[in-house]
Design a protein around this ligand. Structure first.
Ligand SMILES: Nc1ncnc2c1ncn2[C@@H]1O[C@H](COP(=O)(O)OP(=O)(O)O)[C@@H](O)[C@H]1O
Ligand SMILES: [Mg+2]
Length: 401
């Protein structure tokens, strides 16, 4: 009989799990909102059962816990898998209760709280920014004034939402005015440096696959991610080895057990300075890009780990240089066209999509949600990938006057 897995959440970026489940012959129980579950059930035969999440609670961790618990009791699956950050806690609770493979409750709780991450990394002696957790922003005024520029960030949001760089005393006062009511925040030393992520598969606490991704962001003040270059350890093997060592050290520090995780860091001299860790798949089409780079279906490998199968390294193929790139507006306006009929057909663009409809007010991005479109890229060499990203970065969406 085929194995059954409960998948918590299946936003468009996580549909790779459903495609992989079909290919692997897995049965999937899906925890989603009623509308989304119905739509996916119609498209994927592997979905055998669903549990509904109240749309009003879908943005909260606890909105996913009860429906996950109900579906796991009903299906008695071989594995439970959390697709994105908001699902990590529900997943770990079900895995723990039913003795199924997963990151572990400890790692899941740390993934959900950036301040807990800072305490763990400090205890493990890992390089990270100086930081202060405060009950409200004004409580950090003296600390921040002595260290400007600093970064202010929420404890548990994602996609650079609410993350901002504060450069001057005037900007600090303005941030306090805007954000005092937000409650707890983390304030960090600003770390200059190229940004990377390390993605890894972990089985029983040991890293069995590691990968390095180079990032391009909008920079200060909002750091919205614009492009990801997968398989970067082939371009910089020394950094790749250092990132693999960091990945294992972070897995140890947060007591990660089994599954996929990623660590974001910036380089400062020889130090890899940690920005954050999460015990779930990265977004931004990075899973698809990495799957191209390594010639494996990483979604399938994560499903295999979730149902207790061992990771099988793929045979070495001709390396591909892959990544993802995002289209953004360079000025405020009303979107007329993202111009995708042109750039979607360029050589090297293997898949693409437009997220903003014509008529939408748009502007320079403040968070990932403000990006207009995306492209998944596949090139035979790194120089070509760089050229393609530059070319896509020069696309200007058509805005109404
Ligand atoms: N201390 C810092 N120094 C420099 N840049 C930072 C710092 N913290 C965050 N950033 C920038 O902001 C981005 C988003 O912050 P991050 O902690 O990764 O939160 P999120 O969960 O929103 O991705 C990072 O990718 C990085 O570019
Ligand atoms: Mg991040």
């Amino acid at each position: 009989m085929s194995a059954t897995v409960v998948l918590i959440g299946a936003a468009p970026m996580a549909e790779g799990y459903l495609r992989a489940a079909e290919r692997l012959g897995l049965r999937v129980g899906l925890v989603e909102t009623a509308d989304r579950a119905a739509a996916l059930r119609g498209r994927y035969d592997c979905v055998v059962d669903t549990a509904e999440v109240d749309p009003a609670l879908a943005g909260r961790d606890d909105g996913w816990i009860r429906p996950t618990d109900a579906l796991v009791r009903r299906l008695r699956p071989d594995g439970v898998l959390a697709s994105s950050e908001i699902h990590v806690l529900a997943g770990a609770m079900a895995q723990e209760q039913h003795r199924l493979p997963g990151p572990g409750l400890d790692a899941a709780a740390v993934s959900r709280d950036k301040a807990q991450q800072r305490f763990r990394f400090a205890a493990a002696g890992l390089a990270q920014p100086e930081h202060l957790k405060v009950p409200r922003l004004s409580a950090a005024t003296d600390w921040a004034s002595a260290r400007l520029p600093v970064v202010v960030k929420p404890l548990n949001r994602a996609g650079s939402d609410g993350v901002e760089r504060i450069g001057s005393p005037a900007e600090w006062s303005d941030a306090v005015r805007r954000r005092e009511a937000e409650g707890q925040l983390l304030v960090e030393e600003y770390v200059e440096g190229q940004e990377y992520s390390w993605e890894g598969l972990v089985a029983d606490g040991r890293v069995c696959f590691g990968s390095l991704t180079r990032k391009l962001t909008t920079g200060a003040p909002d750091f919205v991610e614009l492009a990801h270059f997968s398989g970067h350890e082939r371009v910089d093997p020394g950094l790749g080895r250092a990132a693999d060592a960091l990945g294992q050290a972070v897995a140890d520090a947060i007591r990660m057990r089994t599954g996929i995780m990623f660590v974001e860091f910036r380089t400062r001299g020889d130090d890899l300075v940690i920005m954050e860790v999460a015990v779930r798949a990265p977004g931004d089409h990075c899973m698809d890009a990495m799957s191209i780079a390594y010639g494996v279906d990483l979604f399938g490998e994560v499903l295999n780990l979730a149902v207790g199968s061992a990771f099988r390294p793929a045979p070495e193929l001709e390396p591909r240089y892959s990544g993802s790139c995002f289209l953004v507006a360079d000025r405020p306006g009303v979107l007329e066209s993202a111009g995708e009929t042109e750039w979607a057909a360029w050589p090297g663009v293997v898949r693409s999509g437009v997220d903003a409809r014509p008529g939408t007010p748009v502007g320079p991005p403040r968070s990932s949600a403000d990006r207009l479109g995306w492209a998944l890229l596949d090139c035979p060499d790194p120089a070509e990938l760089t050229r393609l990203v530059h070319r896509l970065r020069s696309v200007r969406p058509v805005l109404a006057r």
